[in-house]
Ligand binder design. Structure first.
Ligand SMILES: [Zn+2]
Length: 286
């Protein structure tokens, strides 16, 4: 990982956990998602991690909604478009596999089951394998989502058994500070990073109050950043997040201070081994 000079900033603007009624600034409609994506690209994001909501702002994996979201963000921005294959903790495995037919650039692939507050986010080995192979068939680049040290072991087992992902590059995202997952500490981050394959790149996100320390730790350790209202609703103690762009702006500021400025979407494609789908979708006029 030597030679990393720039920072990939991923924005996870919505998630499946918060209710629009509780968090009015959460982007839920297609228009809100697109305007968020544009603002976050302008603020320094290169990749967007998309969860889709239906007309009642409830999380959905309905393929029509997901397809429309992927196409609209691709049309309006240059961002790498990654869909969540995790969905909400209530979603079926088939529905989670189904979102891979929405023609995304990438998809998250959670590498193990985790307690999520009161809920259980189920990711048994067989599902992980099915998602991984389905992604490769569709030339979708996975982002290995790791909530715990054991998830790193599972990711390596997957790579050993099935070989490299589409594009040949391994990129992981450490999701830290979830109740039931690894804590958002320098020690946990170091342990997880040391367990990754040496050629892998990684980003980290700390949920809730671990957001800021995890950003500093990731920048110091040559990692990349994921921020957004999926993970953080409070900008500072007692002060709600204004919008996703505010979180991206803060991450970009820190990346500049660390002398690792934000990378562009095209630089992110290069690093992650993602093919450019921007000209192959859309109007179909040519
Ligand atoms: Zn997500």
């Amino acid at each position: 990982m030597s030679g990393v000079s720039q920072t990939l900033i991923t924005v996870a603007p919505t998630g499946a956990e918060s209710a629009k009624a509780d968090v009015p600034a959460l982007p839920c409609s297609l228009d809100e998602l697109v305007s968020t994506a544009k603002a976050c690209q302008a603020a320094g994001a290169a990749l967007i991690h998309v969860h889709v909501r239906d007309d009642d702002a409830r999380p959905t994996l309905d393929l029509g909604y997901v397809r429309a979201a992927v196409a609209a963000v691709r049309e309006a921005t240059d961002l790498v478009v990654q869909v969540s294959s995790g969905g909400a903790v209530t979603d079926s495995y088939d529905a989670r596999l189904g979102v891979l037919d929405s023609d995304p650039d990438g998809a998250s692939l959670t590498c193990g089951t985790v307690n999520f507050g009161q809920d259980v986010f189920m990711n048994p080995w067989e599902l992980i394998e099915r998602l991984y192979l389905a992604m490769r068939e569709r030339e979708i680049v996975p982002e290995f989502e790791l909530f715990d040290l054991g998830h790193v072991t599972t990711m390596r087992r997957l790579l050993d058994k099935h070989g490299a992902p589409d594009g040949g590059h391994v990129h992981a995202d450490l999701v830290m500070g979830v109740p039931g997952g690894m804590p958002g500490t320098v020690q946990a981050l170091t342990a997880a990073v040391q367990a990754l394959p040496p050629e892998a790149t990684w980003s980290a996100t700390g949920v809730g109050r671990t957001t800021v320390p995890v950003m500093f730790a990731a920048l110091a350790a040559q990692g990349h950043l994921r921020v957004g209202m999926e993970d953080t609703l409070t900008f500072a103690p007692g002060r709600p997040v204004r919008d996703n762009a505010e979180l991206v702006e803060r991450a970009a500021t820190l990346a500049h201070l660390a002398q690792r400025p934000p990378m562009t979407p095209d630089e992110a494609r290069g690093m992650l081994g993602i093919k450019d789908r921007r000209r192959t979708t859309g109007t179909g006029a040519s």
